[in-house]
Structure formats: C-alpha cells, structure tokens
Ligand binder design. Structure first.
Ligand code: HEC
Length: 261
C-alpha cells in the first residue's frame, strides 16, 4: 500500500488543529448544499425542453444549446392545445405565413384578422400567464425559431462557470489533499479530473451549437465533476472525524522541517 514515501509537507486531517478541522467541515457542508442547488437548477431549467419534464436527456441538452428544429411555439400550439380554437383553413393560413418568412405585410393582409378574431379574447395581454399576441411585434415573439442559448448568454455563463467551478474545486482539492489515500496517482487524478471536466464542459457548449452529438460530452463532464465532488466530499469528511491513521503514518515525525534521508 505504501507505494511512495510520505511527503515531508504532508499532514493528515487529524494532525491539523481542531479549529481547522471545524473550518473544513463547515466549508464542506455549505459546498454540498450549494452543489445540490446547482444540480436542482440545471434539472429544472433543462429537463422540459424535449417535452418530457421528468428526465434530463441528451435531447434536452441539445435543445438548450443549439435549439430545436421542430418549428416555432406558434406552430406547436396550433397543432396542439390551440388547434380547436380556429377553423382548419385558418391554421393552414397561419402556418403558410410562418413558412413564407412571417413578414409584416403578409401578416397585415392575411393573418391579423384571424388572430384578432380567434385568439385575442384570451391572448390580448391582460393575462400575464398567456403570451400577448396582439399586433405583429408580439406575435413575432412566438414565431422566432428556437436557436438555443445565444453566444452572448454562453459567454456570460462561461465566465461564471470557469471562475465559480475553479474556486469550488480548488477549495475542495485543497481540503482533500489532507486525506490519506493510496495509490498517490489515484489521489492526484481525483484532484485534477474536475478541472479537465470544466474545460471539456464549457467548450462542449459551443461545439454542441454547431455539432449536436457533442451534448454527450456536456453530460459526461458534468457527471465526472459531480462524481469527483462527491468522492472528495465523503472521503474528506470521513477522514476528518472518523478515520484511524495507519501506524506508520502516526509514528513518523510529522513536523514539516524534518529532514528525510
Ligand atoms: C379560450 C382562451 C384561449 C384562446 C381563444 C386561445 N388561447 Fe392560446 N392559450 C390559452 C391557454 C390557457 C394557453 C396555455 C395552455 C397550455 O400551455 O397548454 C395557451 C397557450 C398558447 C400558446 C403557447 C404558450 C405560449 O404562450 O407560447 C400559443 C402560442 C397560443 N396559445 C396561441 C394561440 C393562438 C394563435 C390562438 C388563436 C388561434 C389562441 N392561442 C387562442 C388560451 C387561449
């Protein structure tokens, strides 16, 4: 098990002052709560895109970043819940208008009378839960193609993630570095993997916009980061309070300035 001599700078959690062990414990507990909320947020904001609100799927990720090809919100409504609100030939008229580019002139000559007649009794803007369809500008908002997260949003979210996750995994890794774990290469891998995960995650968002199958890397890197977080968290908290250090660890002289020969 002792594949390497113990580094002279290494201190186990139980060799740290009690105050430091409390500091680490508090930090770990709050970080876990933060991580749980982050996962909940990802789930609630992405899970419904593909029409199934329960699971977070590959398709959800694709739609979030690169949008959907399945037509506009107006078309889905006209073929779905709103289909009974107007005569069939008027649905055809509106769909034709959308496919012809949804121009303002075409709207005024063909579409506005249909919308005014069949839709505005509910969609006149007075109900905050229903989209306002009164006038060309308003109707246009349910006709725009869903192209996923725009580049500006991606840039904003990228810098937040790069800074935020680096802080989280730096603190986590620093705490975890006091754990006693062999082989050493494995411990190092657990510390570095989340940083690789961050890089793959953020770059995959952009690539997914252009090439949808990359959504799978968004999922893998997210899972990798979560797994490393959970592992470091459990091992650290356990070793802070319950772990019994092996004899050769307790018996060595733990002062950092001792010379090794
Ligand atoms: C009797 C009231 C009523 C009328 C009339 C009505 N709607 Fe709706 N509409 C609703 C309600 C309620 C919802 C939300 C229901 C849902 O999401 O299943 C909705 C949802 C929608 C949505 C999707 C949600 C959104 O805001 O993007 C669209 C688009 C829409 N309606 C378009 C229309 C169009 C076009 C017409 C006219 C042809 C129309 N509606 C007529 C009540 C109405």
């Amino acid at each position: 098990m002792t594949d390497r001599p113990i580094h002279r700078m290494y201190l186990h959690f139980q060799e740290l002052p009690l105050s430091r062990r409390f500091l680490y414990t508090g930090t770990l507990l709050v970080l876990a709560a933060g991580y749980a909320f982050a996962l909940l947020y990802i789930y609630t904001s992405h899970s419904g895109h593909d029409g199934n609100a329960i699971t977070l799927s590959f398709q959800d990720i694709v739609i979030a970043y690169s949008g959907s090809d399945e037509g506009t919100r107006l078309e889905s409504a006209l073929h779905g819940p709103m289909s009974g609100m107007l005569p069939r030939q008027d649905i055809v008229k509106i769909v034709k208008w959308i496919n012809d580019g949804a121009t303002k002139a075409d709207y005024e000559s063909n579409v506005s009378t249909v919308i005014d007649r069949y839709c505005l009794s509910c969609h006149d803007g007075s109900n905050p839960h229903l989209s306002n369809l009164d006038g060309y500008e308003n109707l246009k908002t349910v006709v725009d193609r869903d192209t996923g997260m725009d580049i500006f949003t991606l840039v904003r979210v990228s810098h937040i993630h790069l800074f935020g996750l680096t802080f989280i995994f730096f603190i986590m890794g620093l705490i975890f570095s006091h754990a006693f774990l062999r082989p050493v290469w494995f411990k190092c891998a657990v510390v570095i993997a989340p940083f690789i995960g961050i890089a793959v995650d953020v770059s995959s968002w952009y690539i997914t916009k252009l090439f949808n199958p990359f959504a799978v890397f968004v999922m893998i890197s997210g899972a990798l980061m979560a797994a490393c977080f959970a592992y470091m968290w459990v091992v650290s908290l356990y070793q802070i309070w319950f772990y019994k250090m092996p004899d050769y660890l307790t018996e060595r002289d733990a002062r950092p300035n001792r010379t090794i020969g």
